[in-house]
Design a protein around this ligand. Structure first.
Ligand SMILES: [Zn+2]
Length: 379
């Protein structure tokens, strides 16, 4: 791991109006992160769970800077989380300093009298392949679940992800809930995985409390290698689940069908449930205004693939290639008329792309490469 640049001293203020809104004061532009909606976010969970949520908001907001000293205007509980996070990256625990103007935090009380419908599980849903696979799997197992989308957790594509999540919920006949973040943090790129999935899971667990949620599901495939980011690291999840238990929140479980195999599972679920699932997946990396242009290449060279791919498929980004590879490899019936020329074009083009894409190897799994190699050797 390369050496981490640490900032010496930062100030973070909690809003007096919203107990889940924080501002990280910096010399140039202040950064902020808040839960805007639902307005009753935090109801029906313990004060300790509300405090833990604040610790996660703060962590997600400042983690790009790994500050040595953090001054806050509120009492930061559960700094054990920060300590463990820092330790994972080989750093000493940060020192928490109390600003003299402390905000007194009141517990969010249970104002909503209306009994909400109860669900056993919540699916932390991004609208991409993996979350749709989990939701479709629950449906096929007759599980009672709610789809929860955290909007603006990722810096780009917030609108598209939310729309896809909602459309998928409707297609599956599942209840849908949205948590709206205002995300003015600078926590972007691959480094966001330091905290992202734990922050996501906690938000879903807290908002699920109103529905009596007992299980929260997110993407699985947690890693055992120390070099992986904190929120992808298996032992860190054991620690985090313990913390959730102590504050009275449900623990988080990861579900995963590996990588390309997820496409195979979705093809099976599509025919079991008789719902056109693959066309609902939204995880193309290309901007929507660029998509038609990028797609043209595939329409010309691989007309059958293009014609049988959804409108939000650009063909060329990692996510779209993952989808195409899985559908060819696992014999999607909609691809039954593909010619060998089209398949060859796809594999050759993907090898070329991998060569040009080498700066981003973190994102490409061994599993992807293995499937691609097998497909080539099948010729
Ligand atoms: Zn794409």
């Amino acid at each position: 791991m390369s050496k981490i640049e640490q900032e010496n001293y930062v100030k973070v203020n909690l809003s007096p109006k919203n107990p889940f809104e924080m501002t990280f004061l910096t010399k140039d532009k202040n950064k902020s992160l808040s839960v805007e909606n639902p307005k009753n976010f935090g109801e029906k969970v313990s004060m300790e769970a509300q405090d833990l949520t604040r610790t996660l908001i703060l962590s997600h907001l400042i983690i790009r800077h790994f500050p040595k000293n953090i001054e806050t205007n509120f009492n930061l509980e559960h700094s054990i989380f920060l300590n463990s996070l820092y330790q994972h990256y080989g750093l000493n625990s940060p020192r928490i300093i109390k600003n003299p103007d402390q905000i007194k935090i009141k517990k969010i009380s249970d104002n909503t009298n209306q009994e909400k419908e109860k669900y056993l599980s919540a699916n932390a849903h991004s609208g991409g392949l993996d979350s749709l696979y989990r939701a479709a799997k629950f449906l096929s197992e007759n599980k009672k679940f709610i789809i929860t989308h955290v909007k603006n957790l990722n810096h780009k594509g917030g609108y598209r992800e939310a729309l896809a999540s909602k459309t998928q919920a409707i297609a599956l006949g599942s209840p849908y809930q949205e948590i709206l973040l205002r995300n003015g943090s600078d926590n972007t790129g691959f480094a966001t995985m330091r905290t992202r999935d734990m922050f996501l899971a906690l938000l879903v667990a807290v908002s699920g409390a109103q529905h009596g949620i007992k299980n929260v599901y997110i993407e699985g495939d947690m890693q055992n290698e120390k070099k992986s980011h904190f929120s992808e690291y298996s032992p860190a999840w054991d620690f985090f689940n313990n913390l959730l238990t102590t504050v009275g929140l449900p623990t988080i479980k990861g579900i995963d069908a590996h990588d390309i195999e997820t496409v195979a599972e979705l093809i099976k679920l599509e025919s079991n449930l008789n719902i056109n699932l693959l066309s609902l997946v939204q995880n193309c990396f290309s901007a929507s205004y660029q998509l038609p242009n990028i797609r043209k290449k595939w329409e010309t060279a691989t007309p059958q693939i293009a014609e049988n791919s959804p409108s939000n498929w650009c063909g060329s980004c990692l996510k779209c290639r993952r989808m195409t590879l899985g559908r060819i490899y696992y014999h999607d019936p909609k691809f039954q008329n593909l010619t060998q020329e089209e398949i060859n074009f796809f594999t050759n083009d993907t090898y070329k792309w991998l060569k040009n894409y080498s700066h981003n190897q973190d994102l490409i799994s061994d599993n992807f490469i293995r499937h691609l190699d097998n497909l080539k050797n099948q010729r």
